[in-house]
Design a protein around this ligand. Structure first.
Ligand code: SF4
Length: 419
C-alpha cells in the first residue's frame, strides 16, 4: 500500500495516510440471535423490507463518501460480514453486492460471510455474478447438541449441505468452528457427539480451503453466560480445551493446513488476505452500522499530533434508521497506542513483527521498547534478521505475552520528540 505522493487527488488526509486498499462492510442482520453473541445485529424478522433497503442504500452511500475522502483507487480485498449478509432478502443482497462491485471493481479477494440457513443456490448465483471469490461460512459445530446450546438456527446437515454447495461453486470456502462450548453440568460433554478433530476432518473432506477455530468467549449479558452463571452449563477445564484444540490441530497439520494466526489455519498461500491487512496494520475503510475504519499515517499526522505519526480510527454509529445521517466517532490514535496495537496484532501471526517497518514507523527499535519481555520469552520466540514472532507454544500463551509487552511499554515509550 502506498500513500498518495503526487498530490493529485483527495484531501490532505488522503495524501498523508496509507491509502486504504481494503474495505469492510457490516450488515447487522441475522436470522435470529445466537445464545453467545454480543455483536451488533438484529433479527431479520424485526425489520421491514423498506427499512433494510434504506440501510443498504445508506451503507453504499457512506462507502462512496469514505472512498472519496481518502482517495481510494481500487481495492485488493473486500469483506462483507456481520451479522449475516445472506440473511438479507435476495433482491437486497444483490443490491448490496452490485453497489459494492460498482465502487470496488475486481478486488483480488472478495469474501462474503454466510450462515447455513441462508446460503442457497440463489445467494451463490448472486455472489458469482458480482465477483465474490470467497465464502466464509459460520458452521460453529457439527454436533446437534452443541448447536442447540449455542442457539444456532441451523442443523449440522444444513451446514454440510451449504458447505458442499459453496465448495461446488468454485469459490474458496472458509468455515468457522467454536472450541470450548459449555455443556450441561455433570453430563460428560467430552464423550458426547463428534469431537472437534472429527468435525475438522469432515469439513476438510467437504473441500474447505481455510478454517477458523475460536475459543468460546462468554460475553456478559448473553443467554449462554446466564446459563453458565445459573449453573445449568459448565465450561470445559483448560486442559480439556487444550486437548480438544491439539486434536483438531493434528488433523489440520496432517492435511497441510498450518496455524498462521492464533485462531486461523490454511495451506500456505490461502490465508485470508483481508484479515492479514488488520494484523499487518494496513489502512482500511469500513461502512455499515458498527463498522470501523483505520487510516495509518505515513508521515506527520494530519490528525493533530504533528510530531509523531499516528492513526485515525472511525467508528460508525450503531444506528439503523439514523445511519444515513452519519454520526461516526473519529479518534486520532496516539503513537504509543499505535505501537502497542502493532505489537498486539503482529504477534498474533506466524509472520510476526516486521522489525524494519516498526523502526521506520515509530523511529525506535521494538527491542528498545519490549526488550525485557523478549528476553523473558526467548524460549518461545523466533527471531530472524527481519522479524520477531512467537513459536506455536508461545502463540498458545499470546495474551500473557501481550500483557508483559504492555506493562513494559508503559515504562519505556519515549515522550514525543525524545526518540
Ligand atoms: S449469526 Fe453471528 S452475528 Fe448473527 S447472532 Fe449468530 S453469532 Fe451473532
Amino acid at each position: 500500500m502506498e500513500a498518495l505522493a503526487d498530490g493529485s487527488g483527495g484531501s490532505a488526509e488522503a495524501q498523508a495516510c496509507l491509502v486504504p486498499r481494503s474495505l469492510y462492510i457490516h450488515v447487522p442482520v441475522c436470522a435470529s440471535k445466537c445464545a453467545y453473541c454480543d455483536f451488533f445485529s438484529l433479527p431479520a424478522a424485526s425489520w421491514s423490507e423498506s427499512r433494510m433497503a434504506g440501510l443498504v442504500d445508506a451503507t453504499i452511500s457512506r462507502l462512496a463518501g469514505l472512498i472519496s475522502r481518502f482517495g481510494c483507487d481500487g481495492f485488493d480485498t473486500v469483506y462483507i460480514g456481520g451479522g449475516t449478509p445472506t440473511a438479507l432478502p435476495a433482491a437486497l443482497f444483490d443490491r448490496l453486492l452490485s453497489g459494492v462491485a460498482a465502487l470496488a471493481a475486481s478486488p483480488g479477494e472478495w469474501t462474503v460471510e454466510a450462515n447455513p440457513e441462508s446460503l442457497d443456490e440463489g445467494a451463490i448465483a448472486t455472489m458469482l455474478a458480482r465477483g465474490v471469490s470467497r465464502v466464509s461460512l459460520g458452521v460453529q459445530s457439527l454436533d446437534p447438541a452443541r448447536l442447540a446450546i449455542l442457539g444456532r438456527p441451523h442443523s449440522a446437515e444444513s451446514a454440510t449441505r451449504a458447505l458442499a454447495l459453496a465448495a461446488g461453486s468454485g469459490m474458496r470456502v472458509s468455515a468457522d468452528l467454536i472450541a470450548g462450548i459449555p455443556w450441561p453440568r455433570g453430563a460428560g460433554g467430552a464423550a458426547e457427539g463428534p469431537s472437534l478433530a472429527e468435525q475438522v476432518s469432515l469439513l476438510l473432506d467437504l473441500g474447505i480451503a481455510h478454517l477458523s477455530v475460536y475459543d468460546l468467549v462468554l460475553e456478559d449479558d448473553t443467554a449462554l453466560a446466564r446459563a453458565v452463571e445459573a449453573g445449568e452449563l459448565e465450561v470445559p477445564q483448560e486442559d480439556d480445551l487444550a486437548e480438544e484444540r491439539d486434536g483438531a490441530e493434528a488433523v489440520l497439520s496432517a492435511r497441510g493446513f498450518r496455524r498462521y494466526e492464533v485462531s486461523n489455519y490454511a495451506p500456505a498461500g490461502l490465508e485470508c488476505a483481508h484479515n492479514l491487512v488488520y494484523w499487518k496494520m494496513g489502512s482500511y475503510i469500513g461502512s455499515g452500522p458498527g463498522a470501523v475504519s483505520t487510516l495509518q499515517a505515513t508521515g506527520p499526522s494530519p490528525w493533530g499530533r504533528a510530531a509523531w505519526p499516528s492513526s485515525l480510527r472511525i467508528e460508525e454509529a450503531q444506528e439503523i434508521d439514523g445511519y444515513a445521517k452519519g454520526g461516526a466517532v473519529e479518534s486520532p490514535i496516539g503513537t504509543k497506542e499505535s505501537a502497542y496495537e502493532t505489537i498486539m496484532m503482529s504477534f498474533r501471526t506466524v509472520f510476526g513483527l516486521d522489525k524494519t517497518a516498526f523502526r521506520r514507523r515509530f523511529g525506535i527499535e521494538a527491542r528498545s521498547l519490549i526488550g525485557r519481555t523478549l528476553e523473558a520469552w526467548a524460549g518461545q520466540l523466533i527471531e530472524t534478521r527481519d522479524s520477531l514472532s512467537l513459536d506455536p507454544g508461545g502463540l498458545d500463551l499470546l495474551n500473557r505475552f501481550l500483557v508483559d509487552c504492555l506493562i513494559e511499554l508503559d515504562g519505556t515509550f519515549p515522550a514525543p520528540g525524545q526518540s
